[in-house]
Write a protein that binds this ligand. Structure first.
Ligand SMILES: C[C@H](O)[C@H](O)[C@@H](O)C(=O)CO
Ligand SMILES: [Mn+2]
Length: 418
């Protein structure tokens, strides 16, 4: 390792030690945290099951940056490239439409064997896998409703798909020896104000109850449910609102998934974590960045990201929180998007771990809010960058922006010739 990185690290260690922070221990803890990289950033949410289907469900990718993955092998290679630039060992989050099969199989017929190449790859790479049923981009979701559809046959199709998804997830968990988190998100909602808000919610509740009828060992799979405020074409009403899934998750023992971009523009998820984990064993995060109308921008080191990380660290909530990413930006290099978003998420956790949490809690309890503000502000310019550089180097990943050269090389050698 470069001597200047070691020297800066040693100096930083001394400064943090004054406040009782053992930086070596922090880095050991940081290395245990897994971030779930969402496969759909790699190909603009197209998937491989239905080649010509347009993205639907009130979500959209803009941009046409060249080189997006067009086959499962390409997507895996791209993920390998991204993961090589991110410190730590992580997970990959698959959607059902990323099945790797030549069979003409519909969503309700999917089986673990359609994901065997993913399982083998994850084993080779030492990765865990997470999973999502894909309740969009399909003719049976064309009118914007799936599990809450008024037509019982359409509902049944989606129920079968979600049940099949849980079996695939269970297989992932069993084969990989790491729990798979299966996230259920449906786009169901109305563009304009509905007359009956209750009936679709009743149907969604009943569909979910049927999907979760079969017990699956939580060692292999845990289920999460994700709410949303609005989507494109469901501006006035979303069946699976936050309140709906709060109630559903808490009464059914399901993890609640909080997507940072699924709330009112000034509403933040950082303020929800301690409340939800007061009553729920597990939580799933979709770390994303809302910009005005939607959630799907690449994660940057903004105030909310840092606040999410602080909440998890200060409340000792990390062991009960599954951290996934959820953004899809087609306007920049797809691999760079993963690298920037994931490195920022890990870096925010590091920054939070490098704060004198116990000292700050003592000061707060004593009512010394002046010292609280003073310390929190001063710690914003403590040398966390030196610790981050050392962490990247010690994990054999590029330091600072050096990763960009690797992405550019890969772009020229691999992406440009696709
Ligand atoms: C593709 C994902 O399932 C999707 O982004 C979902 O998690 C979501 O956030 C929809 O807005
Ligand atoms: Mn999401």
């Amino acid at each position: 390792m470069d001597q200047s990185i070691i020297n800066s690290y040693n100096e930083a260690q001394k400064l943090y030690a004054v406040h009782g922070i053992n930086v070596d221990e922090v880095l050991e803890r940081l290395a245990q945290i897994k971030i779930s990289l969402h496969c759909w950033q790699g190909d603009d949410v197209k998937g491989f099951l239905f080649k010509d289907k347009e993205l639907s469900g009130g979500i959209a990718v803009t941009g046409s940056y060249p080189g997006r993955a067009g086959t499962p092998d390409e997507l895996r290679k791209d993920l390998e490239q991204a993961l090589a630039l991110i410190p730590g060992k992580h997970k990959v989050n698959l959607h059902a439409i990323y099945a790797d099969t030549d069979e003409a199989v519909d969503l309700d017929e999917l089986q673990p064997r359609h994901f065997e190449s993913w399982v083998n790859w994850a084993k080779e790479q030492g990765l865990g896998l997470d999973f999502n049923p894909t309740c969009f981009s399909h003719p049976k979701a064309a009118d914007g409703f799936t599990l809450s559809h008024a037509d019982a046959d359409i509902r049944k199709f989606w129920i079968r798909h979600c049940k099949a998804s849980r079996k695939i997830a269970e297989h992932f968990g069993r084969e990989l020896g790491q729990t798979c988190v299966t996230n259920f998100w449906v786009p169901d909602g109305y563009k304009d104000t509905p007359v009956d808000r209750l009936a679709p919610r009743t149907r969604l509740k009943e569909s979910l109850d049927e999907i979760f009828e079969e017990e699956i060992d939580p060692q292999y799979n845990i289920d999460a449910v994700e709410s949303k405020l609005f989507g494109i074409g469901s501006e006035s009403y979303v069946v699976g609102s936050h309140e709906f899934y709060m109630g559903y998750g808490l009464t059914r023992g399901k993890a609640i998934c909080l997507d940072a971009g699924h709330f009112h523009p000034t509403e933040v998820i950082s303020n929800k974590l301690s409340s939800i984990l007061m009553f729920s064993e597990q939580l799933l995060l979709h770390v994303s960045r809302p910009v005005r109308w939607d959630s799907d921008h690449v994660v940057t080191m903004d105030d909310e990201l840092l606040e999410i990380a602080r909440e998890l660290v200060r409340g000792d909530l990390l062991s009960r929180t599954n951290i996934g990413l959820d953004f899809f930006d087609g306007s920049i290099n797809h691999i760079a998007a993963w690298v920037i978003g994931t490195r920022n998420t890990i870096k925010a956790l590091l920054r939070a771990m490098l704060e004198p949490v116990e000292e700050l809690k003592r000061i707060e309890l004593a009512g010394d809010y002046t010292s609280r503000l003073a310390l929190v502000e001063e710690f914003k310019s403590y040398p966390f960058g030196a610790v981050w550089d050392y962490y990247c180097a010690s994990q054999n990943t590029p330091v600072r922006e050096q990763w960009l050269a690797d992405v550019k090389r890969y772009e020229q050698e691999v992406l440009a010739v696709r």
